[in-house]
Design a protein around this ligand. Structure first.
Ligand code: ADP
Ligand code: MG
Length: 370
């Protein structure tokens, strides 16, 4: 996938700015605060309808403006052109259009413009809460599997409903409430099983991509492993039906406790990923440098994984990663990225690289190719 051009109106600090990009590696350079990260954020919106740093739509609205708009021109690896438009205003909310027709659900765009983003905030993937790792998991699987994203959205709705009911049942549940809980539990368990099954499959397949990333980016003998961590005990090679019966069994066992506490205590929303290097926890025992390498490799691996499944190279957004790596590692990374399709890298200083398009981001008003 390739982004040919992107036009921003009232997005972050950009009132009206157009950026044209080339094949392969593109570097956006310019002083701090020039609006480089803002551009990557807008590109992420054009691919996945949201920010990669978990900012809200309203935060991206230029101070004092009433609406923002992003227009992107894409070209697939097979040469098919399309446009994506994201519109947001506080009154009308967010609207997404592909080739000028409005999408009834944002989920529809996910996977159409495969995209991987890496920023300094991603250190949270090893250091942060389980939620960060589930987000990584869900983003990887959703971009390659539309049914998964649908299940995930339905799961979240079922969980909200089930929690609402449980909180109403707290204390003295009626028979009618117990019957309704049984109905919600049935659909909740089926969705949880579908999600866990797909995530397990992902973890198995992803191991190969992660090993490849380590081979390419890391010269020392370190072996990364990734494991799916769940309260539900899942034997190796479990089928979806095995997982479902285990979940049902566990939910039946904890039902009274859930009613007492008024909340769902088991499910895919509580699972986690366990990252290890040479058999020890990355979070607990790896050095800062090893953790950074691990995160870079996770994202490289995500790129390999998505490309393998979709047969389309995702665009790769790298925000300020050079400042996190020393100079040799930075040029290693650029060399590695060259055959990987289009990548867009932000940095404060112009760098010496061959065959790389370097674009100066000026006062945030426009960008010029150099
Ligand atoms: N919603 C907004 N409206 C206007 N300006 C904003 C908004 N959000 C951030 N900015 C400004 O954008 C600038 C940061 O842009 P950024 O893309 O992060 O810069 P950099 O080039 O260093 O990556 C800051 O000066 C900030 O004040
Ligand atoms: Mg920045």
């Amino acid at each position: 996938m390739k982004l040919i051009a992107i036009h921003l109106q009232n997005f972050r600090r950009h009132g009206d700015a157009r950026l044209e990009l080339g094949e392969g590696v593109n570097i956006l350079y310019g002083r701090n605060g020039a609006g480089k990260t803002n551009f990557l954020e807008a590109i992420h919106y054009a691919a996945l309808t949201k920010s990669f740093i978990n900012a809200s739509d309203a935060e991206c609205l230029k101070f004092g403006a009433t609406h923002f708009e992003i227009n992107a021109e894409w070209e697939s690896d097979g040469g098919i052109r399309s446009t994506a438009r994201v519109y947001f205003s506080n009154e009308q909310g967010k609207h997404v259009f592909v080739n000028k027709s409005e999408l009834e659900s944002f989920a529809k765009i996910v996977g159409e413009y495969p995209c991987v983003a890496l920023s300094p905030f991603d250190l949270a993937l090893v250091q942060g809460a389980p939620q960060e790792r589930r987000r990584f998991l869900d983003s990887s699987v959703s971009q390659t599997n539309k049914a998964y994203l649908e299940d995930l959205l339905n799961y979240r709705r079922a969980l909200t409903q089930r929690n609402k009911l449980l909180s109403e049942m707290k204390g003295a549940p009626s028979d009618a409430q117990r019957q309704s809980l049984a109905v919600w539990t049935e659909s909740f368990a089926a969705l949880a099983a579908a999600i866990m099954f797909r995530r397990l499959k992902f973890v198995q397949e992803f191991a190969e991509s992660l090993a490849k990333a380590y081979r390419l980016f890391h010269s020392f003998s370190e072996t990364p492993t990734i494991r799916y961590d769940s309260d539900v005990e899942i034997p190796p090679n479990a089928t979806k039906a095995d997982i479902l019966s285990e979940i049902q069994l566990r939910l039946a066992r904890i039902e009274e406790e859930e009613i007492r506490r008024g909340v769902t205590l088991l499910g895919a929303h509580r699972d986690d990923l366990d990252f290890q290097i040479n058999g020890v926890s990355v979070r607990k025992f790896a050095s800062q440098g090893q953790q950074k390498t691990f995160v870079v490799c996770l994202k490289l691996a995500q790129h390999f994984y998505i490309q393998n499944i979709l047969n389309e190279k995702p665009i790769f957004l790298l925000d300020d990663v050079f400042s996190e790596l020393d100079r040799d590692r930075a040029s290693d990374l650029v060399e590695l990225l060259k055959p990987m399709g289009q990548s867009i890298i932000t940095t404060t200083e112009k760098k010496q690289f061959d065959n790389v398009r370097q674009i100066l981001i000026d006062d945030g008003i426009h960008a010029t190719a150099r």
